[in-house]
Design a protein around this ligand. Sequence first.
Ligand code: ADP
Length: 493
Amino acid sequence: MSDHLEGGFKVLHVAPEMAPFSKIGGLADVISSLPGALNRIGTDARVLIPAFPGVFEQAEKMDYRITRIRRNIDLSINWRVYSSRLWKIQYGTTPVYVLDNPDIFNDPGIYPGELNQTTALPFIFLSFAAFQISNAIPWTPDIFHLHDWSTSIVPIAMKWHPYFSCYQNQYRTVLTIHNLAHQGILKPEVLEGWGLNKAFHMEGLEYYNSVNLLKGAIIASHAVTTVSPRYASEITHKSMGMGLEGVVKQNISKVSGILNGLDTDYWNPSSDSFLPSNYDRGNMSGKMVCRSTLFEKTGWEKNCSPLITMVGRLYKQKGIELMLEGIEQIINWGGRIFILGSGEKTYEEALFKKTREYPDKVSFVKGYDEPLAHLVYGAGDIFLMPSLFEPCGLSQLISLRYGTVPVVRSVGGLADTVLDADSNSEGFGFVFSEFSSHAMLSSLQRAFKSFKNKNRWNSIRDRGMKMDFSWNHSAPEYQAVYSRIYNQKIEGK
Ligand code: ADP
């Protein structure tokens, strides 16, 4: 008990993706680094993930120890019994339990294009499996820490499932919202096979005659966090609440915003093995080598014009249309732009078209490429993130660490992490407010102007590289949330 007051909670993070074993976006980075950061400060944090295709291959390639847990996880879903083997990967200080059933976890893309009873099965199985973990291993969590809609079923089941509700007094739940844009919307018919038809009402999962898993989890969880403080307040407004602003407001007393941290061992230009040459604040020459290596890949002439980079998913959220509208002006000002990413076909096609039109100024690599992403963060002068909304954003944090000055829209986590260099003597980026290519271009123009003044640019860059966006600040904030809800349990709330 005194252990708990000092933060020694047993916490099971349940998530569908975890770097380096599987990754679609920033959620995978958080699951890879937050549990380890919590373990360093006295929490016993562990992870439950499914073995989507590639997970074991990646673990074996990286020489992680994989051991078989003797007991299987058996669950009844949709009037059928499904069984999964269970494995453990020791990832640094974090035990990671891996559900292994290739028939259920068969989609290499993890998240389905269309969510229905069949495509939701991996997420229902993962969520129900959390309750079985203590039957399979000699360890029982105090707290389930859930992430986004895909594991929202855990608190929902604890509140409304005829069997799993027996755990209501045993476990506490934290739901972290990484992106409110994805809510897990399904037809109500799915609920019967999951034993959740009693949850279909306005104070539960019902949302305009559909099922909304994220809504249910916001209501049912003991605590809700968002991945930046700014995003926590933004989602109480209609413009950013994606239809759930009312539910968030009703539950505001249990909502807090905790900024994502970065795994600063992994994202470290002085030791990053993906870079052709390492560098640090004291010696930046390796950054020039990264730049030359990227130019060799693009076939571009090596000159000193500013290199703008982008790494990310190509969706409306990321403000791709602003960048596309501004490309000609960026080129006229002497800039070049390198984009790595994949996503919506129309954006991919538009980027290929620009590459054909300006082969020596624009380069687009379609796909997900971890080594290339590291090189791009290392090579760039400016990292552009003109997001429409951004719950936290890790790319701007990585680029800061790699000495690539971020130009960002003042929204969500971007607003919480990037300080404008023209309005603050301590600033280390360039920030704009309005969602327009005009506003984006005017801050890029300010960045270009500073770029020409080498002394000024070097100090802007250096201030950014000095910033500490590790988990050192945020992991204790999660511990405080765990303490709060655990103490509420003791008080019988
Ligand atoms: P989001 O979670 O919205 O996709 P974040 O900025 O929080 O955005 O995190 C994105 C993470 O995914 C970063 O680690 C980024 O480097 C990585 N990433 C995104 N797209 C790619 C890509 N095409 N290739 C390699 N890494 C990528």
